[in-house]
Design a binder for this molecule. Structure first.
Ligand code: PAP
Length: 333
């Protein structure tokens, strides 16, 4: 603990951020407030690296999301939509974990000794079969990365969100898998609900995260495409067609149209979770503390009912009504 506290002082003194608020999270982790959002120490540092060094290119496609809302699924879908005419595009999905195919700005840009390594982005995108569109993911809130993303007038953002209760349960499970990191002090469900409701989770508040991307998608529908996990489950073919249209590569009739169903099937939970690479217990080279297999669990809508008691549901629903419904977004209860 003393060491942690020393780290805080060192971190706060050496960081260029305005981070002053710190909250205990779970395991050895603390969360640091930066520009109104909460970050683990590592992600705060990498987010600052991204803000300093990342330059969106005109053809970039940015997949933005709050953690556990469908990022991996959308990574597979975007890759398949954009590279659908590349030779071996379906093999690529068979041999590569979606997290590897589409790098995350704040995870993959910052890998060795804290240095920014842009070539990693280039290398990873070349796996897709050589296209001028880079596809890059981020969990950084729009309130923080928005200026940067607006600096290219043509780069596009696809944002996915998910029911808050399922999002929290998915995150909670994800951390359970991280035995070594959190075993000493697990994230018990009552604290998880409490912290989630107060916005104190990595990249949180979830609600503020979702609302800012949603607002921007309403103001600039040509720039930001907003989709929910539940819509994708309900009508995957329709969503894939709309995403392709948004990206400027619509599916034409004939054979191209047949590809919609094929892409949906290739990227389904049932299909992807059965690939050897996605079942692997190997750790990603980025130093991320969980194995590749941890990105696939149940992949269902409404799984929270199996974990959250009545009171917990009430607590989350109250915040959802206040934050979402109060602002005109009737979703998530
Ligand atoms: P990330 O933000 O850390 O990258 P993300 O991929 O958003 O994680 O979330 C993982 C969730 O998506 C898991 O949900 P669950 O815990 O409720 O099961 C995972 O199972 C689910 N998931 C992964 N791939 C798919 C897919 N192809 N279809 C549907 N859900 C998926």
């Amino acid at each position: 603990m003393e060491k942690e506290e020393d780290d805080h002082h060192h971190f706060n003194n050496s960081s260029s951020s305005s981070s002053s608020q710190i909250e205990k999270w779970c395991g050895h982790e603390f969360l640091y407030k930066f520009n109104g959002f909460w970050f683990t120490k590592t992600y705060l540092k990498t987010t600052q690296q991204v803000l300093q060094h990342f330059k969106p290119l005109p053809n970039d496609v940015i997949l933005a999301s709050f953690p556990k809302t469908g990022t991996t699924w959308l990574k597979a879908l975007l890759h398949s939509i954009i590279h659908r005419h590349s030779p071996n595009s379906s093999d690529t999905l068979l041999l590569n974990h979606p997290q590897e195919l589409i790098p995350s700005l704040e995870t993959n840009l910052y890998v060795q000794n804290g240095n920014f390594i842009p070539t990693i982005i280039e290398d990873q995108n070349n796996k897709g079969g050589g296209t001028s569109s880079r596809i890059l993911a981020t969990h950084i809130p729009y309130q923080i990365i928005g200026d940067l993303l607006r600096s290219s007038s043509t780069c596009k953002i696809v944002y996915i969100t998910r029911n808050p209760k399922d999002t929290l349960i998915s995150l909670w499970h994800f951390l359970q898998k991280s035995g070594n990191v959190f075993a000493s002090d697990p994230w018990e469900l009552p604290s998880a609900v409490d912290q989630f409701c107060r916005g104190i989770v990595p990249f949180g508040s979830y609600y503020d995260h979702v609302l800012a991307y949603r607002d921007e998608s309403r103001k600039k529908p040509e720039k930001v495409f907003f989709v929910t996990y539940e819509e994708l489950k309900e009508n995957p073919n329709g969503c894939v067609e709309r995403i392709a249209e948004f990206l400027g590569c619509p599916f034409e009739g004939g054979e191209d149209q047949d590809l919609v169903g094929e892409i949906v099937k290739n990227c389904s939970f049932e299909n992807l979770s059965g690939h050897e690479v996605n079942m692997s217990n190997e750790m990603p080279p980025s130093g991320f503390p969980l194995p590749y297999s941890s990105f696939f669990r149940r992949g269902e809508v409404g799984d929270h009912v199996n974990y959250l008691g009545e009171e917990m549901v009430r607590m989350i629903d109250d915040v959802t009504r206040e934050k979402f419904h109060g602002g005109g977004f009737v979703y998530g209860v």
